[in-house]
Write a protein that binds this ligand. Structure first.
Ligand code: KIV
Length: 272
């Protein structure tokens, strides 16, 4: 364990708010399965996000829109079984909370009850006010998500930086304040100018977790498969790759394949 990491028994929403007030940065990563979530948890990440990015990196869809509530619950329950320390947050997938607040609450309850997760995340500001209120009233912690919200990709038309214009930046600041007032325990800010993210982080007491939002926020999140370098296709400026598993895995699998074909594997010691 690194000396920088404090030994919390289980990270809670209160722990995160304390971390912000103590100036301790929050590390968050996605996970979608038991094995990798166990490694991520053991390495000391504070929050594991079962992101709807599973739609992209696990299922191979072009957008996050296709993943279903049942699929999210399947991924989330696998992650929950592995996470001993991290807070597990699960994305409410597209189409499970936008129609009305009653449906939003039902979806959030299914996630909490069937997966054992600790909180939900949903995209949007004032337009989701009623859903957020209703979910919070049921005692379910909510993480907000503003800026680039991938479930609205067909409205934006592109994955470029959001809130560069004054009007959108002002709306984002108001939305962040509203999410805090409603009782959200944290907010993800995705792909917005670093200066704006800093302003938002300074204007609220709850933690702001950035992805492509600079380093003057309270924590960072990345998609696990991206930071492990599993794919070569996705290279935004904000992504730092901490491993090159793309070539490591292809190398290992091609060595295995040639060993099988040459008869080298298994050898005398690798059999009964
Ligand atoms: O689904 C996801 O992985 C996310 C992160 C990019 C924040 O929402």
């Amino acid at each position: 364990m690194s000396s920088a990491k404090k030994n919390y028994s289980r990270v809670t929403t209160n722990t995160l708010i304390k971390m912000k007030s103590d100036g301790e940065k929050i590390a968050m990563l996605t996970s979608y399965d038991y094995t990798l979530a166990g490694l991520v948890d053991a390495a000391g990440v504070d929050i594991i996000l079962v992101g709807d990015s599973a739609s992209n990196v696990i299922a191979g869809h072009e957008t996050t829109l296709q993943i279903t509530l049942d699929q999210m619950i399947y991924h989330a329950s696998s992650v929950v079984r592995a996470a001993k320390r991290a807070l597990v947050v699960v994305d409410l997938p597209f189409g499970t909370y936008q129609a009305d607040s009653k449906e939003a609450l039902k979806s959030a309850i299914r996630i909490m009850k069937e997966s054992g997760a600790h909180a939900v995340k949903l995209e949007g500001g004032f337009q989701e006010k009623q859903s957020i209120e209703r979910i919070l009233q049921a005692g379910i912690p909510v993480m907000g998500h503003l800026g680039l919200t991938p479930q609205s990709i067909y409205k934006f038309g592109t994955y470029t930086v959001r809130a560069k214009e004054e009007q959108e930046a002002e709306q984002l600041k108001k939305d962040a304040k509203l999410l805090e007032e409603l009782g959200c325990f944290a907010i993800v800010l995705e792909k917005i100018p670093a200066k704006l993210a800093k302003e938002v982080a300074e204007s609220v007491q709850i933690p702001i977790i950035g992805i492509g939002a600079g380093n003057k926020v309270d924590g960072q999140v990345l998609v696990l498969h991206d930071m492990l370098g599993m794919s070569k296709e996705f290279s935004p400026r904000f992504l730092r790759r901490y491993a090159d598993l793309h070539y490591t895995i292809i190398g290992a699998v091609s060595s295995y394949t040639s060993d099988v074909k040459s008869g080298d594997f298994p050898n005398d010691k690798e059999q009964y």
